[in-house]
Design a binder for this molecule. Structure first.
Ligand code: MF3
Ligand code: CO
Length: 253
């Protein structure tokens, strides 16, 4: 395992990449309405990232065919944009990455389409709040497992479960760097210390039902095993000796 501490120049590029990724997430969020296809949202994300002078990080990554992952209702992550039309009452997870100056920003969020059930809105809020709980302990001297514990405690206290098969990650010149940033605590491995200059993607994936997931035959789309709703919230952050800095920043985060 080797965690890369970023230079000032690298951090500056990550701020830029992060703002572009977050801008694409905001744009996608505003496009969500009954009847729109996920392909149409993906197309605008592609355009926005390119027009910002960046590259869509996901496109072609391990053969992934789109610029964003768009996952609806019981889809947890990695939904491939296509002809499916979003309907009133759906919850829509948008995950997007942008590469600028050789550095990556990676972020996600789940948003309602029109009027959603109280349960769905509650799940979205718990997922987002679990990220902000993690931010209270994401600082130099603590461990990655403090982030994991904060997310897990908050989600489980609120009657939800944390996906175990997919985790957050270091991010930099590559989308996936060390360390892994799980949203749950396991006693198996010692957990790395957080240090100033580390950049990580913290991304709770929270299910309303059980934590088990399965993958569709398309090889990408991850769904809850029990058909329950799932939500995702992710930002790329910089560890400092004080408050973490949100690199995938937009005014609607
Ligand atoms: N945000 C996701 C991640 O952390 C998205 C990767 S999707 C892929 O891995 F298609 F690019 F792989
Ligand atoms: Co990620």
């Amino acid at each position: 395992m080797s965690i890369i501490i970023k230079s000032d120049r690298g951090i500056e590029a990550m701020r830029k990449a992060g703002r572009i990724a977050a801008g694409a997430r905001s744009l996608a969020r505003q496009m969500i309405e009954p009847g729109i296809t996920t392909a149409a949202i993906n197309k605008e994300i592609f355009r926005f990232i390119k027009a910002s002078g960046a590259e869509p990080t996901f496109l072609g990554y391990a053969g992934y065919p789109a610029s964003a992952c768009i996952s609806i209702n019981d889809q947890v992550i990695h939904g491939i944009p296509g002809k499916r039309r979003i309907q009133e009452g759906d919850i829509v997870s948008i995950d997007v990455g942008a590469t600028w100056g050789g550095y990556v920003g990676d972020c996600a969020g789940t948003f309602p389409c029109g009027q959603c059930s109280d349960d769905a809105l509650r799940l979205i809020k718990i997922t987002r709040d679990s990220f902000w709980q993690a931010m209270t302990v994401a600082r130099e001297g603590n461990r990655v497992s403090d982030i994991s514990a904060a997310v897990q405690k908050y989600a489980e206290e609120n009657g939800c479960s944390v996906v175990r098969d997919y985790v957050g990650h270091g991010v930099g010149q590559k989308m996936h760097e060390d360390p892994e940033v799980p949203n749950f605590v396991s006693k198996v491995h010692g957990s790395p210390r957080l240090c100033k200059g580390m950049t990580i993607a913290v991304e709770p994936m929270i299910n309303a039902g059980g934590y088990e997931v399965k993958v569709l035959p398309d090889g990408w789309t991850v769904l809850t095993e029990d058909g329950s709703l799932s939500a995702h919230y992710e930002n790329t952050i910089l560890i400092t000796d004080g408050e973490p800095e949100i690199l995938t920043y937009a005014d609607d985060i």
